[in-house]
Design a protein around this ligand. Structure first.
Ligand SMILES: Nc1ncnc2c1ncn2[C@@H]1O[C@H](COP(=O)(O)OP(=O)(O)OP(=O)(O)O)[C@@H](O)[C@H]1O
Ligand SMILES: O=P(O)(O)OC[C@H]1O[C@H](OP(=O)(O)OP(=O)(O)O)[C@H](O)[C@@H]1O
Ligand SMILES: [Mg+2]
Length: 287
């Protein structure tokens, strides 16, 4: 029987939707029923396993799944010897120390002798050890923010993105100690050349989808005299495509611009007299 690659995805939670969205954008078809915990794609040798995210690293180590998507925080916390295949960039959050509003905090040293509630004792423990701070941990697997209010911890170390959960529970974020995004992880060896080949095909597609998501396709009209300056601002994939407009002295320029520099580039183009700037998303992109 032909081999398939098995990917473990969080069944329901912060990683689920985006993980599936990326794979769908790779043109892989699946998704029979939400209650199905294992299913195969109809047009690619990939099988999905929907599980709790905390279980994913051990499933991969044990060969239950070949690859999976987890937060880097979970991967580092468990410290299971796998490899990060790619950083998927979503589920961006930080692991932060938070304390009650009225607690004075001057740095990690303020945690000396304190009880800290966390789901990440290994990551936190490593950082405190590095700083020579001794504290005790109260290990909880959720609702960490409630622990100071119920008297079982003096401070917490938990994931934060907007900070709303901390604020609603009377806590203040005092120090971020670690940042995380979702990562695709896998065993260092897939165990067969067929699986390695499937993984390579999948990674090529994911890379194209991720690259596309971080760029925009931009088209604009420009007085021809400013073309040299514009070429220095927007490189394009090789160089910008330039076509002549019917109106003398004007050209149309097509190029790709990195999402995170887009507004800077936009302002520079406007300053050079660019007009009719059209920006469109890119679906797939390879080098
Ligand atoms: N507030 C947040 N903003 C962005 N990303 C987050 C946030 N909280 C958690 N994450 C990321 O999403 C991952 C999964 O979080 P989630 O809360 O869904 O997990 P969980 O409660 O452990 O779920 P499960 O029931 O599958 O065990 C975390 O490990 C982290 O990487
Ligand atoms: O800074 P914020 O945007 O408020 O997000 C932070 C919260 O998000 C995560 O929990 P989640 O909501 O995923 O619930 P969980 O306890 O089920 O993991 C995390 O553990 C925090 O509690
Ligand atoms: Mg979990």
């Amino acid at each position: 029987m032909a081999q398939v690659l098995r990917i473990a995805i969080q069944k329901s939670g912060r990683l689920s939707e985006k993980s599936l969205e990326i794979i769908k954008k790779c043109g892989i078809k699946f998704g029979s029923d939400e209650r199905v915990l294992k299913e195969q794609a109809s047009n690619f040798p990939l099988e999905f396993l929907y599980v709790r995210d905390d279980d994913i690293p051990a499933y991969i180590r044990d060969g239950v799944a070949d690859i999976g998507i987890v937060g880097r925080n979970e991967y580092d916390e468990q410290a299971i010897d796998l490899q990060v295949l790619t950083d998927l960039g979503f589920a961006k959050c930080r692991l932060s120390i938070a304390v009650p509003q009225d607690m004075h905090y001057t740095g990690l040293i303020s945690l000396e002798g304190k009880r800290i509630a966390t789901s990440y004792p290994n990551i936190l423990g490593g950082i405190l050890k590095e700083q020579g701070v001794k504290a005790s941990f109260v290990q909880v697997s959720g609702s960490v923010e409630v622990t100071p209010a119920v008297g079982i911890a003096d401070a917490i170390c938990d994931l934060v993105s907007t900070g709303a959960t901390l604020a609603m529970n009377g806590l203040k974020e005092v120090q971020a100690i670690y940042t995380s995004t979702a990562v695709m992880i896998g065993r260092k060896q897939m165990g067969s050349s067929e699986k390695e080949a499937i993984l390579q095909r999948l990674m090529l597609r994911i890379d194209a989808v991720m690259r596309a998501a971080s760029f925009k396709y931009v088209i604009f009209n420009l007085p021809e005299e400013h073309l040299d300056q514009v070429a220095r601002i927007v490189g394009g994939m090789k160089s910008p495509t330039v076509t002549r407009l019917m109106e003398a002295g004007w050209v149309s320029v097509q190029t790709v611009v990195a999402e995170d520099t887009f507004w800077d580039v936009f302002e520079q183009l406007k300053a050079l007299g660019a007009q009719g700037i059209l920006v469109t998303p890119i679906e797939k992109m390879t080098e």
